[in-house]
Design a protein around this ligand. Sequence first.
Ligand code: BG6
Length: 486
Amino acid sequence: MTPPPQFFILGASGDLTARKLIPALASLARQGREFSVLGLSRSPKTDEIFRAELRARMPDELLDGFDTLAPRIGYQSVDLSEAGQVEALRERAGAGGRLFYLALKPELFGSTVEALCQSGLLCRGVDESHWQRVVVEKPFGHDLASARRLNAELHKFIDEEQLYRIDHYLGKETVQNLLGFRFHNAIFDPLWSRHHVELVQITVAEELGLGGRAGYYDTTGAVRDMLQNHMLQILALIAMEPPATLAAESIRNQKVAVLRGLHLHDVGHNSVRARYTARGDTRGYLEEEGVATDSMTETYVAARAEVATWRWSGVPFLLRHGKRLPRKNTEVRIQFRTAPLQLFNRPEGMSEPDFRAQLEAGNLCQVRPNVLTLTLQPREAIGLSFGVKRPGNVMQMTPAELSFDYRDQFGETTAPAYERLLLDALLGDQTLFLRSDEIDASWRFADELRGGWDAAGAPMHEYAAGSWGPSAADDLFYGCEGGWGV
Ligand code: BG6
């Protein structure tokens, strides 16, 4: 029998371990998954103390899972920069597969992987029963050049097949459903292109501010923190071609093709950066503790991009993300083209020829009744809007919606994103992890946007904390295209 795999958490004293990793692993243990856990960090502590610390942070509903796992949780104090200490680690390593989770600062990824390789615990190559894998958290680099350097550093020791780059959005049920929804429901297939789609909007709004991470955020900003990774992954799943199979490479090949085709024409005209200002008790970004007083970091980004592929050429993809917006909401809206002629809802008193002329001149906008809304979080829902005849003696069309809500259908079921991702990493499925070329293509776009702002001296707009962002972002919609859905 193959010995159970071992999960090494490097940086085990950090917040991520107690808040995300151990709860996900406790949930997997409750489902009967076999593995052990070894937490590694510099601070000295015993196995018992480590377990007690973790147990104290466990949500009540996972305590039984945690107690199942607890006897298989260990702790080793180690400084990987010291050769002698690696010995102790080797003694605690099992004979099964090994998964090294680097819950560390990205600056330490390279040297940590090197030390693990020198210890003989991690070797290049993929062996079915003695596999060795490395999971890394975002951010993977801070621009294209640094991401490439980091890749080269890691590839010196391990293969791409051993490297699992996390984007926790891919662990979310509703994000995975984008693939299922698109490629299982053939009725949408003929509609899913420039022929029928007028524009696509992707909003990732957060009510939260910096959450105590000013040091990180002020050197990162909205583009690098959210757009380059989570938002572009959502975009790739919306715009990709159908994969031939569900194999990881098949899906990732299609995603990267979209990311490579993503462009911004005229950055100055088609994007907006902004930061929040104080409102009520909420401080403005520049007043936050840990933010440089002359900071030029954006807490909001909106961009009108295009995907230069056969399917999407000419269709705007409007992306919007901000901190300190009125509420958390992650949503994709696919706005379909209008009917060739608007027959209905002529304003009272306007003649038919005048109505036509006004529409043609763009003084009147044709109604856009058909929007498919995929709400990814916190509400998990899908809605399709259309017009229906309002009962009465006149032909008056009014908006209506077909809607689906995960909670109504399945109850409270959606598992935390990390659970699925850690399971896949244990099983060796890379589908929900980012490949190096996806990261490259995403950074190319993010660099194009940020570089464009710097080159053009783009203004830093402002928005009051708790508002929906600067009004300049409304100008990214042209003519009768409408505006941001909330
Ligand atoms: C992280 C960002 O990757 O995602 C945070 O660094 C952000 O700034 C978080 O708040 C949002 O994640 P979620 O799952 O709450 O949408």
